[in-house]
Write a protein that binds this ligand. Structure first.
Ligand SMILES: Nc1ncnc2c1ncn2[C@@H]1O[C@H](COP(=O)(O)OP(=O)(O)OP(=O)(O)O)[C@@H](O)[C@H]1O
Length: 231
């Protein structure tokens, strides 16, 4: 299995430090925090997409180069990452065999290749975006709140699919969300952040069953409340 060791990541402007943290991704890591805690900036730093007004100091060790080919980014709103006027088959850049192989992994029928994105459901679009990412043989999936825009059924589908992929493929996962419920079965490690700093981290089942910090307890409780509300 590959690894990414974020020894230090500091993101700052002339006025203040927004993110200053370190954590490892050795299998599947969830990055959890309330709004404004620095989740998106951390992802953008890994993708080299920070705005030019921000400065960055980073010391990252990994056993592969982090670039467009090795990082697959699954955005919060997958609709924006496909071209709506282009058939799905023309949004892949790989062999026909590879297309069929990744569609199968994502439980998508190959008839989808001849459709345009607006003809698909939100859950199908999400899976197509992941299929395209996997067709590039990415080594890490960066998932930015991938369940937020989905309804309850599609959300469960995508969680099951990510879980299956994790078992079948040798791919690292960094799953960013404020919804702890969606990661508890996927990510073996959890990193809780607040104001750009790590508050608590460790194995998911341990942190969730005996959180040390009040902030973590609050996040867990709010997830629990939301779950009751949704059901
Ligand atoms: N372009 C920017 N210029 C200045 N500050 C910014 C900029 N983008 C984000 N910030 C600040 O950096 C901090 C972290 O923001 P970030 O978007 O990473 O939070 P987040 O955890 O992803 O929140 P959310 O869950 O709401 O998406 C916040 O205080 C935010 O106001």
């Amino acid at each position: 299995m590959s690894y990414i060791n974020i020894k230090n990541l500091k993101i700052y402007t002339n006025e203040k430090t927004l993110v200053n943290l370190s954590f490892n991704i050795t299998n599947s890591t969830a990055l959890i925090g309330e709004s404004g805690s620095g989740k998106s900036l951390t992802l953008k730093a890994l993708l080299n997409l920070l705005p030019s007004s921000m400065k960055i100091d980073k010391d990252i060790d990994s056993d592969f180069e982090l670039n467009y080919d090795t990082i697959a980014f699954i955005p919060q709103n997958p609709f924006t990452s496909l071209s709506s006027m282009t058939k799905i088959k023309n949004q892949f850049f790989c062999s026909e065999e590879k297309k069929e192989e990744v569609l199968k992994l994502l439980d998508l029928d190959k008839s989808i290749l001849n459709k345009f994105p607006p003809q698909l459901s939100g859950g199908q679009i999400q899976r197509v975006v992941i299929a395209i990412a996997l067709s590039r043989n990415a080594k890490i999936l960066l998932l930015d709140e991938p369940t937020t825009a989905l309804d309850f059924e599609n959300k469960n589908n995508i969680i099951n699919i990510i879980n299956d992929l994790k078992k079948q493929l040798n791919v690292l996962i960094l799953f960013v969300t404020h919804d702890i419920d969606s990661i508890k079965d996927i990510c073996n490690e959890i990193v809780i952040i607040k104001n750009g700093k790590v508050i608590e981290n460790g194995l998911t089942n341990i942190v969730l069953s005996s959180p040390k910090e009040d902030y973590t307890k609050r996040l867990i409780n709010s997830t629990f409340k939301n779950k009751n509300f949704r059901n």
